[in-house]
Design a protein around this ligand. Sequence first.
Ligand code: NA7
Length: 541
Amino acid sequence: MSQARSPADGVAAPVVDAIVVGAGFAGLYMVNRLCGLGMSVQGFEGGSDVGGTWYWNRYPGCRCDVESLEYSYSFDRDLEQEWEWTERYAPQPEILAYARHVADRFDLRRHFRFDTRVKSARWIEDEGLWEVQASGGLVQRARFCIMATGCLSAGRTPHFEGLDLFRGRVLHTSTWPFEGVDFGGQRVAVMGVGSSGVQAIPLIAQHAAQLHVLLRTPNYVVPARNSPLPPEQVQDWKARYPEIRRRALGFKGGLLLDVGPSSASELDAQAREAALEERWRIGGAFSFQSTFNDLQTNVESNRLASDFLRAKIAGIVRNPAWAQWLQPEHLVGTRRLCVGTDYYEAYNRDNVELVNLRQEPLARFTPTGVIVGDREIGLDAMVFATGFDAMTGALSAIEVTGRGGRTLAQHWHEGARAHLGLMPAGFPNLFAITGPGSPSVLSNVLVSIEQHVNWIADCLACLQAAGKQQITAEDDAEQSWMAHVRDLGQATLFADGNSWYLGSNVPGKPRVFLPYSGGVPAYREHCARVAASGYPGFDIR
Ligand code: NA7
């Protein structure tokens, strides 16, 4: 039941209470909450169905690095009980099926217009409305505009000379063909060894005739130890879900963690090794990063864990030069720790070659392959697992114009910012779910999504009750919030890594540590306090 109209209809753009951009986990729950407030909503989604990042990322091996029992909504007890996760780390098709189930169960699809990409959003001061223009010439107006555009949804392919002439297939992990890809008998290259490349490489290696991994910077990869979920564990969780979720909210990442009781410095060499070995056996990134209680804050503790992982790599990868190239120099966790299955083992296959781009720089593509160093690698397919313009890319792709004609691009010229990671200053009634300056990618993002959606919905209910029309974040408040975010970031080891957390993977993007690293509990408390004290830092009219 879509309301947006084309201006060609000769009718003024229709007005709803709220526009929601994106039908991923954030957009779905936001629409659900707004409907619960009795508001009229128009959603827009570029894909043909719900699911967001899990709709587009269909590459082989794609799964979540948060365990499935926790990577789920907590807002509805019946939903929690009826959905069955089958594996410790859910594969993409199962997460997408979950998103579809949620859409059906709460009858959310009818609020969205699919296959429709929002191009611009403009604040009309005189009318106190947002006007959104979308593909197909659609125009929609609303009092509130809520961006649920995702943190990892704008994929990026670096520019390479000759790529347009390459006659083989060019693929990106973040927009994988729905019908799948048959690599049988093919010569394939994968560029990128972040989470996506790490998951895809072992599976592509199993099918391709030859796989060349084009490596620039190695990342640490810990084993996932994925397995079917034991029914007893599922039953136990379902019986105790509210309590488990409450406990998880006490941890920095909004995830249950078994944090080792000691600093590495309190243990002797044997005990340290045993602790690390145990975490390697258990598998998973969050578990490994909690081996010592100061692994993520103390350089010495971290160095021990990093050395342990480097030794593991050297022990698994048989080609000594490759084993060397695959050992990262950075500290573990300063870039996202990857979770893999048979990743390092894949390099022991006869059909896999590791190409070190630092020794053999990529010169250009040719119609038949790629030139690295002084040789050509013949290729049938080129897979880019080169990541995202994280946290800001999808929102920046929309031309957003706020008060006084100021665009979001201008506002973010020196780095993305939003008060509380929720509202950019000077953009009345515009919210960004898991926006820059919020815990988002440093947390279980489902937890952060639910908290943001609830905060926004409660705020709108509050405005409604008080007969107010507008809320705008104030400049000073935004500035001091982002200074706080920066200070917190600098006190962690994250600031040392050259990572997408800092925007350093996108040429020209200002180097600002975007996520809030103070942890979910502190963040939730802060947001709740702001709401309870009448929204200081926000101008309400
Ligand atoms: P990531 O983690 O950003 O990884 C991208 C990879 O692509 C990384 O290894 C990059 O190497 C590589 N890359 C990017 N540009 C180039 C060029 N020009 N040449 C060579 N290599 C390049 O993206 P993912 O999709 O794997 O994962 C993103 C998140 O999604 C993940 O953390 C999960 O939270 C889900 P570099 O390090 O830049 O040298």
